[in-house]
Ligand binder design. Structure first.
Ligand code: FPP
Ligand code: MG
Length: 298
């Protein structure tokens, strides 16, 4: 059924009558299509459901195109990013096309659904801004980190689950909570994999978040656990290119203080809650999606 979503996105773009734009879109690697899968699992495979899934994936793709420009990222999903190949202007403009066509189509689905999804995009944009602002110096504040990842990543996943529930006349609050929890856990694991995986496994440079200035949860917890001299060393390494020996020191200290386990357990608590909600609702496939969220290694 995910194929029907791919075809719908292509149809939406083809309707614009610009062959170049369609060819450019076809160059984007697709990713896991988590949001589309959520819509289909919650709301089934009616035409409305496929349209909603397509719109949300278009908005998501637009946000990643813009994000790679903002982050100066030249690799996305193991391949050269669009901005690396065609430059920032082209990446931003393709993002604008996907985003605005997605919004146009969203308005044809349902007013309440359009409100939920558009509000999430406001959150997404605020979250990206907050991510950039927080990266200007070492952020020690876990609550600010959690709020930022909620906005940047979980808000659209939360809205996806809620919008699909509205479409299927299911309890929107239950699915909203489910989406929020798996969304936050998803970003926590993403931030964790950046410190545990190699560049080959990640399809992008390893420990790059900290080099970019992002003090993600493992770094916030590590800072709390270090002595004063070590705290000084960690802060000095913030937002600079890490030497091999610095990367090894960070990994060693994280092992010593069991930081990875601590972060993993926090993400697991969120997915356990999401799984319990879906158990009560008899949605075993959505339980599996929540489990996959923390079991993934890429
Ligand atoms: C990836 O974060 C970024 C996001 C999930 C959100 C990006 C949002 C915007 C750029 C706002 C603009 C929105 C639209 C719809 C045009 P990351 O950099 O931590 O993850 P990464 O490693 O996958 O790049
Ligand atoms: Mg990025």
């Amino acid at each position: 059924m995910i194929e029907a979503v791919e075809r719908k996105i292509e149809q939406f773009i083809a309707e614009l009558g610009e062959q170049d734009t369609l060819l450019l879109y076809d160059r984007l690697p697709h990713g896991k299509r988590l949001r589309a899968k959520l819509v289909l699992k919650i709301a089934g495979s009616s035409l409305q459901s496929i349209k909603l899934a397509a719109v949300i994936e278009m908005i998501h793709a637009a946000s990643l195109l813009h994000d790679d420009v903002i982050d100066d990222a030249f690799v996305r999903r193991g391949k050269s990013s669009l901005n690396a190949i065609y430059g920032n202007k082209t990446a931003i403009m393709l993002g604008d096309v996907l985003y605005s066509k997605g919004f146009y189509e969203l308005n044809n689905i349902d007013k309440e659904i359009a409100k939920v999804v558009s509000n999430a995009v406001v959150q997404l944009s605020l979250g990206e801004r907050s991510d950039v602002l927080l990266s200007q110096s070492f952020n020690h504040d876990k609550d600010r980190y959690l709020h930022m990842i909620y906005q940047k990543t979980a808000s659209l996943i939360e809205a996806t689950a809620e919008a699909a529930a509205i479409l299927a006349s299911k309890n929107r609050d239950t699915y909203r909570q489910y989406g929020r929890n798996i969304g936050i856990a998803f970003q926590m694991i993403d931030d964790l994999l950046d410190v545990t995986q190699s560049s080959e496994q990640l399809g992008k440079p390893a420990m790059h978040d900290y080099e970019e200035g992002k003090s993600t949860l493992p770094f916030i917890y590590l800072y709390e656990a270090l002595n004063d001299d070590e705290k000084f060393r960690l802060e000095r390494l913030h937002a600079v290119m890490l030497k091999e020996e610095d990367q090894q020191w960070i990994s060693l200290k994280m092992q010593e203080h069991e930081i990875i386990q601590k972060c993993f357990l926090e993400a697991k608590e969120l997915t356990d809650e999401a799984i319990a909600l879906m158990q009560q609702s008899g949605e075993s496939e959505l339980e599996d999606i929540a489990r996959a969220m923390i079991e993934r290694s890429f």
